[in-house]
Design a protein around this ligand. Structure first.
Ligand SMILES: [Zn+2]
Ligand SMILES: [Zn+2]
Length: 344
């Protein structure tokens, strides 16, 4: 089968023939219908050494963790699924039986094998092996493209859950990439009153408005705190860092009010410097949000199916294998595009 293969940091991915996956006990194999490129894929392909805090990808890695597909093979001992069903899955294969797995946080399972980070191949391929315990059915109302958005929606939902948002509160979302946009969508859904989104890219700020932002701030033109005060009358109750580059967490501390809450969702893979005294004197509550609970995947699927949320504005387009390596490189610098999906 064909797959987009990583060989070395700084080198573009190549489309190659690789071995077909097969289902072991408890597994499924799916034919990938759509797989989104995530900002973390772009970052991971640039990680050279341990200074990032992440293990560099081994040569031969197939990334891709935001996918929807159709089951083509059912492994031994799997009763819950059959060939032909449309599904998505959390991108790891865990034991399915320990306390972590049974409560929906299988990424903390001691036996979890991560797909798409080098331990097992991911979804930038024609086929992929997934764990039945991590798999979720896609109902008719969630087509393949929406199905590939479940994972980024769950990331943002996990972050918004960490904020313990109360109805009527004001939020500031730093960064209008897919996660920032999904964050705006969830804040709107859960009753935030003012949802202010920052970015330096006008095209993305326009998307933010379609995804639930009530105001946008172009950081190249406007002062963020001044804009918040003019628009909402005060600083935001919650600041979400959906940027994930050095300096972003300090900015979040600077923007937050006394006693404010910060949720860091952006994955910063470089050393960063903060001034803790700022967080201390403001008595900030700072939360880090990583991955998602199974229940967050379920809610994202259910609400899309019932048309109660619509993340489709963040979809920029689809691409074939032939276009994939070039577009993957372009996305590292061109921030006018948002979510691009590989259709193998
Ligand atoms: Zn992702
Ligand atoms: Zn487990």
């Amino acid at each position: 089968m064909r797959a987009a293969v990583f060989h070395q940091a700084g080198q573009s991915l190549t489309i190659e023939q690789v071995a077909m996956p097969y289902a072991r006990g408890g597994d499924l194999v799916i034919a990938i219908r759509c797989c989104g490129i995530c900002g973390s894929d772009l970052h991971m392909s640039e990680v050279h050494g341990p200074q990032s805090g992440m293990t560099p990808l081994p040569p031969g890695t197939v990334m891709g963790h935001e996918f929807a597909g159709e089951i083509v093979e059912v492994g031994r001992g799997v009763d819950a699924f059959r060939v032909g069903q449309r599904v998505t899955a959390m991108p790891y294969i865990a034991c399915g039986q320990c306390a972590a797995c049974l409560t929906g946080v299988g990424y903390r399972c001691a036996k979890a094998v991560y797909s798409a980070l080098g331990q097992a191949p991911g979804g930038f391929a024609e086929y992929m092996r997934i764990g039945a315990a991590e798999t979720l059915l896609l109902p008719d109302g969630v087509d393949d493209q929406r199905g590939a958005l479940v994972e980024p929606l769950a990331v943002a939902l996990h972050g918004v859950a960490a904020a313990r948002l109360a109805p009527g509160e004001s939020v500031l979302v730093m960064g209008a990439g897919p996660i920032g946009l999904a964050c705006a969508l969830w804040c709107r859904h859960f009753g935030a009153r003012h949802i202010m989104v920052t970015d330096r890219e006008p095209a993305r700020l326009a998307l933010a408005t379609r995804m639930g932002a009530t105001a946008t701030v172009d950081v190249t033109q406007e002062d963020v705190i001044g804009s918040c005060k003019r628009y909402a009358g005060r600083r935001p109750d919650v600041v979400f860092d959906c940027i994930g580059i050095p300096g972003a967490q300090q900015l979040a501390m600077d923007y937050a009010p006394m006693g404010g809450r910060i949720v860091v969702i952006g994955v910063c893979m470089a050393p960063d410097t903060i001034r803790p005294v700022k967080a201390l004197t403001k008595e900030l509550q700072i939360n880090y949000a990583y991955m998602y609970r199974r229940q967050e995947f379920e809610l994202a699927i259910d609400l899309m199916n019932r048309e109660l949320i619509d993340p489709t504005p963040m979809l920029t387009g689809t691409m074939s294998f032939a276009e994939f390596p070039q577009i993957f490189e372009t996305l590292k610098t061109d921030k006018s595009a948002c979510k691009m999906l590989l259709v193998p």
